[in-house]
Design a protein around this ligand. Structure first.
Ligand code: GRF
Length: 223
């Protein structure tokens, strides 16, 4: 049997896409990134895909009369490329309930907060405004409600004195890049079972669903 075929949907720089490509190349993913779709022609992630020799397509909403026909075009591409799983990686468009249902439990998203806290945009600004000592990221199965759905993996990142949204974003991204391949691997290995709104992992070992920022290994608060 061949490797599971995965599509990654992007809008921008595609650093998470790169992490998935790298994990796939190293054999750590057990899946092949078979297609990249962007809704913006200028997304740098397209360049990453081309460099990796992965088919990359631009499907621009403005080329379609409405959202349904745009999504149909995306869906047709996914099926034409024989894709089994979809990863949203900075895909800045809300998907319709129909589209989400047709990929139910086969579509992942990554969000730069510890969901269910801080859904939506400007997460790092809001974490800093709230004065929290900790933040992180979440990889979850996609549901029609934005930034909601059964959680597979979370990454924990300390907020440091003097942090700016940009510094915090960079630190969270480091952990995102470790969380996303891990969550996708769980899914393609068939270890994920969904029970209500919870994702359960078969034969789970302690810590498997948790990634800590490297700073936390020697954190004074530990222990
Ligand atoms: C990430 O922070 C991700 O969590 C959010 O959008 C950003 C995408 O970054 N959904 P990149 O394009 O993968 O670099």
């Amino acid at each position: 049997m061949g490797l599971a075929r995965v599509a990654v949907l992007i809008s921008g720089s595609g650093t998470n896409l790169q992490a998935l490509i790298d994990a796939s190349r190293s054999g750590a993913l057990g899946a092949e990134i078979a297609l990249v779709i962007s809704h913006r022609a200028g997304a740098y992630g397209l360049e990453r895909a081309r460099r990796a020799g992965i088919p990359a397509r631009v499907v621009r909403p403005r080329d379609f009369p409405d959202r349904a026909s745009h999504e149909r075009a995306v869906d047709e591409l996914l099926r034409a490329h024989d894709v089994a799983y979809v990863c949203l990686a900075g895909y800045m468009r809300v998907l319709s309930a129909d589209f989400v249902h047709s990929w139910r439990d086969r579509m992942l998203n990554i969000h730069p907060s510890l969901l269910p806290a801080f859904r939506g945009l400007d997460v790092h600004e809001r974490v800093l405004e709230a004065g929290l000592p900790v933040t992180g990221c979440t990889v979850h199965l996609v549901r029609p409600e934005v930034d909601a759905g059964p959680v597979l993996v979370q990454g924990v990142v300390p907020v440091l004195p003097g942090d700016t949204p940009e510094r915090l974003q960079a630190r969270v991204l480091e952990v995102e890049h470790r969380c996303y391949p891990r969550a996708l691997r769980f899914l393609v290995e068939g270890r994920v079972r969904v029970e209500g709104e919870r994702a359960l992992l078969a034969d789970e070992r302690p810590g498997e669903r948790l990634v800590l920022h490297p700073l936390l290994a020697s954190w004074p608060g530990a222990g």
